[in-house]
Design a protein around this ligand. Structure first.
Ligand code: PLP
Length: 450
């Protein structure tokens, strides 16, 4: 029998997070205060985040203990399975071995609770009763709504308008966990009002929704803010993915030649790849590929410079590959990949050529997703389909070259709440957006000069 699922015993669940900042050859540039343009200190971030998370954000410690209370909740779905994709390999006729880690096994169907749970935990520990956040397609909002409900915290969610309209199910899920959800831009914040005065039909974007959520927290003493990607502490929490995968590869008696994940803000990529990159930085031969949409190609077409994390310019300035903070990407179905920049850690590693990046149009990704679903069963999230496209291309290259190769990709989530996107795909209603060159040029021209 071919054993597809490689399970890790519960006792082998990682007890620490891995902090790649301790091992990077070049550190990321410091975040700067949006007003003074001086490096931000812990006190600047204190109105938004609890001190435990701020300390993780700036930590240089290689290993950080996972609190017992967080491990208890992780154990509801972790360790997640690693699969050997025998049937996909067969369908492709490739000599490559393909493995994937299934983060859709979490209660909300994506990797996002890996950080939502510790973020809610540290806020609750600091006595915080209320959190505001943004969400794109709703995966982050659902993850944080579930986590907040577990720790008795009230949650207000600014959900990108286009996804709010296209994807009601995640709104309903958030409301089931007790969250209060708005279609962003709203008239509840100055940021939202400003955007709506310029564009009353704004589809919204993650950058706009972040502005609204940050404003809410910055102007309300009892409210903290929480971000589902990009920041160092978020990627840190996600490293349980790659750490588990390394142990599962040991069980399988294998090790990847290439690690692949889709990249929106970089958290599932960082989570899956960083524990392997620790080996690479120590000399091991390994490729890591971040896969992004061609309509929002931050790493592959962006500029490496300081920019805001949000649209209005309220967050600290971070050095990232960016398309410009007021660039609004086309409304592709992979809503979670529509972000104008990327994690500063991921960007620094890309700058230093420790990782690679590729971009794909959405039709090619849906085609790969359908191939995957037919052989492996799981219908992937539109975001994850980008990783699958790249993994299939790597497998086909191995076939052309007649070479063995071990490919590992992260299946960041399932697509059962995104089936309308598949309906659009099956019925020819999906198109590939041209790379919006002019709009990106305009947005880049407005970047702050440092
Ligand atoms: C949010 C999300 C992403 C993109 O976010 P990253 O921070 O880049 O991981 C990818 N896949 C799924 C399923 C998501 O929910």
């Amino acid at each position: 029998m071919k054993q597809s699922m490689i399970q890790l015993p519960a006792s082998e669940m990682p007890k620490q997070w891995y902090n790649i900042a301790a091992d990077m050859p070049n550190p990321m540039a410091p975040p700067l205060h949006p007003g003074t343009k001086q490096p931000v200190g812990p006190d600047d971030l204190a109105p938004l985040f609890p001190m435990d998370l701020i300390l993780q954000e700036v930590s240089q410690d290689r290993w950080i203990d996972i609190p017992e209370e967080v491990l208890d909740i992780y154990s509801l779905w972790r360790p997640t399975p690693l699969y050997r994709a025998y049937r996909l390999e067969e369908a492709l006729g490739t000599p490559a071995k393909i493995y994937y880690k299934y983060e859709g096994a979490s209660p909300v169907g994506s990797h996002k609770p890996n950080t939502a749970v510790p973020q809610a935990y540290y806020n609750a520990k600091a006595g915080v009763k209320k959190i505001s956040t943004e969400t794109g397609a709703g995966q982050w909002g659902t993850a944080l709504a579930m986590a907040c409900s577990m720790f008795g915290i009230d949650l207000e969610v600014f959900m990108v308008n286009v996804s709010f309209q296209q994807k009601p199910y995640r709104r309903i899920a958030m409301e089931t966990w007790g969250a209060n959800v708005h279609a962003s831009p709203t008239k509840l914040t100055e940021a939202g009002k400003k955007i709506l005065s310029e564009d009353p039909d704004s589809p919204g974007s993650l950058g706009i929704a972040i502005s609204e959520a940050v404003e809410r927290a910055a102007t309300n003493a009892d409210t903290n803010y929480s971000l589902g990607s990009v920041l160092n502490h978020v990627l840190l929490h996600q490293t349980v993915i790659g750490q588990e995968a390394k142990k599962q590869f040991e069980i399988a008696g294998d090790y990847p030649d290439v690690v692949i994940a889709c990249c929106g803000g970089g958290s599932n990529f960082g989570g899956a790849a960083f524990p392997f990159l620790q080996d690479k930085i120590a000399g091991k031969d390994l490729r890591a590929i971040a896969v992004e949409p061609a309509s929002c190609p931050t790493l592959t077409k962006g500029e490496f410079r300081y920019d805001f994390g949000d649209t209005i310019g309220m967050t600290p300035l971070m050095q990232m590959y960016t398309l410009g903070h007021d660039f609004v990407p086309p409304g592709i179905h992979a809503g979670g990949l529509r972000y104008h920049a990327d994690s500063p850690l991921v960007c620094q590693l890309y700058k230093d050529e420790i990782i690679e990046a590729v971009s794909y149009h959405q039709l090619a990704c849906f085609e790969a997703a359908v191939t995957f679903a037919k052989s492996e069963g799981i219908i992937p999230a539109p975001e994850s389909s980008h990783a699958i496209r790249s993994a299939i291309d790597e497998a086909m290259r191995a076939k052309e070259e007649g070479k063995e190769k071990t490919i590992f990709f992260n299946l960041s989530g399932h697509g059962y709440l995104d089936l309308s996107a598949y309906d659009d795909y099956h019925n020819g209603r999906l198109t590939d957006y041209e790379y919006p060159e002019e709009k990106i040029k305009e947005a880049l021209a407005k970047l702050p000069v440092i």
